[in-house]
Write a protein that binds this ligand. Structure first.
Ligand code: NAD
Length: 444
């Protein structure tokens, strides 16, 4: 069996590589020649744990290959997955230009039956648009090539994408023909030997499922962040409240950790896109509008605490920042809270020295020399006025506080992920600010 995956980003590259691990042939296509050259030279353009080993193994076996030529890739393919980006348009709705341009190229080149699967996150109705564009191109060629469209949203998480793909909680597939269902069932069978379900449904429901899932997760995060802020005002400890509610099976303990707001390439744009879709249908998604507003505010919470400690004017102050990626185990900085925090600090006249275990190159690309980059977490703290923890990388969880107190100008930590305990900070005489818990103020 042979398939094509178009787009070699976080989703396309991981999907293509994991599919090839089942023994089928996979051709990955991208318009970015630099990426394809890197991949053909054995280099992986993104950081994703576990990807390199199976990538190398399958390339060596000759069943995983990379090209910029979509036309050639199509020969003998039984399915083609569209896994290109769907960034937000100016009004927040999903920009489908990449998806539809791939559909156009497929229509211009296909000459045998295949299933055209949309894996990108797309609004309801997009698969029908993909179908219409392909038909339009076939018509221009005076050809009648049979094909099916399918929707197969991806639920992998950056940072554990390979594991998620190989052992999915569920696979969601929207189809409108038995033949497409058969192909998709066959492709996913090796991933479902653990009994996890493959859910077939109509295409609209499948497209909607992805947005509903991400919006629900974003809602949990914003809800908890809002509760955390109230906890501070009323003198409650959000850590205890989290445990108190998380042990209720109806609520569950996942995704209720307070922090500096959600970021990444998915939640912000998917929540926005769903809100816009609803608006188009004359329905206002009030909950999600609030989720967005709370998240926007939450990204500023640490800076507000910094200002309450140091005063409005941060001129001449230097801050060490631990963590730049939007979450641990990824180098992805799209919509990362670190970017908002850095922007606000620089505007207030401060300087920032940052360290992240894997996102340094990405940070240099985005931020240039507006901040300084440290060699490691301790290096970042030399002569800094305070430490700000933005991403909860495991290696930040148990630092040597004795070293930190010597390096920092003042023993002050702003912890955006609640990875340290206020009592321990009190014992070690650190000023300590976290989210939704009491602040420890030794000296100001
Ligand atoms: P990405 O930006 O990392 O990668 C997209 C790739 O598509 C790029 O390499 C780009 O060069 C390529 N591309 C664009 N137009 C092309 C074309 N015409 N032909 C060939 N290649 C083309 O994106 P991503 O993070 O992998 O996300 C892809 C889709 O999957 C999005 O819709 C996203 O919402 C969704 N998704 C992402 C994640 C995630 O964690 N990143 C998880 C689930 C779903």
């Amino acid at each position: 069996m042979k398939i094509v995956v178009v787009g070699t980003g976080y989703v396309g590259l991981v999907s293509g590589t994991c599919f090839s691990q089942t023994g089928i042939d996979v051709v990955c296509v991208d318009i970015d020649k630099h990426k394809i050259d890197m991949l053909n030279n054995g280099q992986i353009p993104i950081y994703e744990p576990g990807l390199e080993d199976i990538f190398k193994y399958n390339v060596e076996k000759g069943r995983l290959s990379f090209t910029t030529n979509l036309k050639d890739s199509l020969s003998d393919a039984e399915a083609i997955f569209i896994a290109v980006g769907t960034p937000p348009d100016e009004d927040g709705s999903a920009d489908l230009k990449y998806v539809l341009s791939v559909a156009r190229e497929i229509g211009q080149n296909m000459d045998h039956y295949m299933v055209v699967v949309t894996k990108s996150t797309v609004p309801v109705g997009t698969s029908q648009k993909v179908k219409a564009v392909i038909l339009e191109e076939l018509k221009k060629r005076n050809l009648e090539v049979p094909f099916d469209v399918a929707s197969n949203p991806e639920f992998l998480k950056e940072g554990s994408a390979v594991d998620d793909f190989l052992k999915p909680d569920r696979i969601v597939v929207g189809v409108e023909s038995h033949e497409a269902e058969k192909t998709m069932r066959q492709l996913y069978k090796p991933f479902l030997l653990n009994g996890h379900p493959i859910l077939f449904m109509d295409i609209s429901s499948s497209e909607m499922t992805k947005y509903a899932a991400n919006s629900m997760l974003a809602t949990k995060i914003s809800f908890m962040n809002d509760i955390a802020n109230l906890c501070e005002l009323v003198g409650a400890d959000v850590g205890m409240v989290r445990k108190g509610i998380g042990s209720d099976a109806r609520i569950g303990s996942k995704f209720i950790y307070p922090g500096t707001g959600y970021g990444g390439s998915c939640f912000p744009k998917d929540v926005q896109a769903l809100v816009r879709t609803a608006d188009e249908y004359g329905h206002s998604l009030e909950i999600l509008k609030a989720v967005e507003a709370v998240n926007y505010r939450q990204k500023e919470v640490l800076v507000k605490k910094i200002i309450s400690h140091f005063g409005e004017n941060l001129k001449g102050l230097k801050f060490a920042m631990w963590g730049l990626s939007f979450k641990p185990k990824t180098d992805d900085m799209r919509e990362a809270p670190s970017l908002v925090i850095i922007d606000l600090l620089l505007k207030a006249g401060a300087s920032v020295v940052a360290f992240d275990p894997v996102a340094m190159d990405e940070a240099r690309r985005i931020l240039g020399d507006s901040i300084s980059y440290a060699n490691d977490e301790y290096d970042a703290c030399i002569d800094a006025d305070a430490l700000i923890v933005v991403t909860e990388w495991p290696e930040f969880r148990m630092p040597n506080f004795r070293i930190l107190e010597k390096l920092l100008k003042t023993k002050t930590i702003f912890d955006g992920r609640n990875i340290y305990e206020p009592e321990e900070m009190q014992d070690m005489k650190f000023n300590y600010y976290s989210i939704g818990r009491k602040s420890i103020i030794i000296s100001q």
